[in-house]
Design a protein around this ligand. Structure first.
Ligand code: HPA
Length: 246
């Protein structure tokens, strides 16, 4: 079963034929909301709204461990995350969809591992390529079949939030190699890897990052909502196609 984690702008999947909702409990506490099981293009999927269905949980307070655990426990064999980002690279313009292939992690204070216990031998995961290449390819193929342009590859910098960045922080991220910036990429991707569940993301560019182009003087929130609404319609099309292909 495919799991979809929806971020800002995607708290539900309109094309999902809902079968049931389930409140999950995990050894790590409660996930962001009930798991929604449904059918998308004949295929069973489970959907979870990362920030809760009322969009009330800020990025640094998301219980990433509970979310990932609950999805795996529900039978998820792969996970597609949808997350909004600010664009740093010039082609990562508002409205663009990107399938990132690398991550930088600037978050702090988040519980970022399931291997947290001091009684069992220490475990390290390989994280050289943080996203699953097979799912990345499947997303790219689905977008192509849906006729929706999508950018293959990019470095996703994860910041702590919930505030947006300063222009100097964005300059620094760019010097580090970042192409886009978001607040939820980590520890989500690492936790999926720890659980051995293949994971990839669709990053949706909501705005130019702080200090860049149209955001030179600041980020205008009114525009962001409009851009996301339109982009999420395209993301839904890609997801439907992705399910149809599998
Ligand atoms: N910065 C961080 N996270 C974001 C942004 C941004 O500019 N836009 C959407 N999510």
């Amino acid at each position: 079963m495919l799991a979809i984690i929806g971020g800002t702008g995607l708290t539900q999947l309109s094309s999902l034929e809902v079968l049931r909702r389930e409140v999950a409990r995990t050894p790590y506490g409660e996930p962001s909301g009930a798991l929604t099981f449904g059918r998308l293009c004949e295929r069973e999927v489970v959907f979870l709204a990362r920030h809760g269905y009322g969009h009330t949980i800020p990025p640094h307070r998301v219980n990433y461990r509970a979310n990932l655990w609950a999805l795996q426990d529900a039978g998820a064999k792969s996970i597609v995350s949808v997350a909004s980002v600010g664009g740093i690279r010039p082609d990562c313009a508002p409205g663009a969809l990107v399938v990132p292939d690398q991550i930088l992690d600037y978050t702090w204070g988040r519980v970022g591992t399931f291997f947290d216990d001091i009684e069992t031998p220490v475990r390290h995961i390989d994280f050289t390529h943080p996203y699953d290449e097979t799912i990345r390819r499947a997303i790219l193929a689905a977008a192509q079949a849906a006729g929706e342009p999508i950018i293959d590859g990019g470095v996703y910098a994860t910041t702590q939030g919930p505030r947006l960045e300063t222009a100097a922080e964005i300059d620094r991220f760019e010097r580090d190699g970042a192409d886009m910036v978001g607040m939820t990429g980590m520890p989500e991707a690492a936790l999926a890897r720890e659980l051995d569940v293949p994971y990839a993301a669709i990053a949706v560019v909501a705005n130019y990052a702080a200090g860049r182009r149209a955001s030179a003087a600041g980020i205008r929130f009114e525009r962001v909502e409009e851009v996301l609404q339109d982009a999420m319609t395209r993301v839904r099309k890609v997801l439907v196609q992705l399910c149809g292909q599998a």
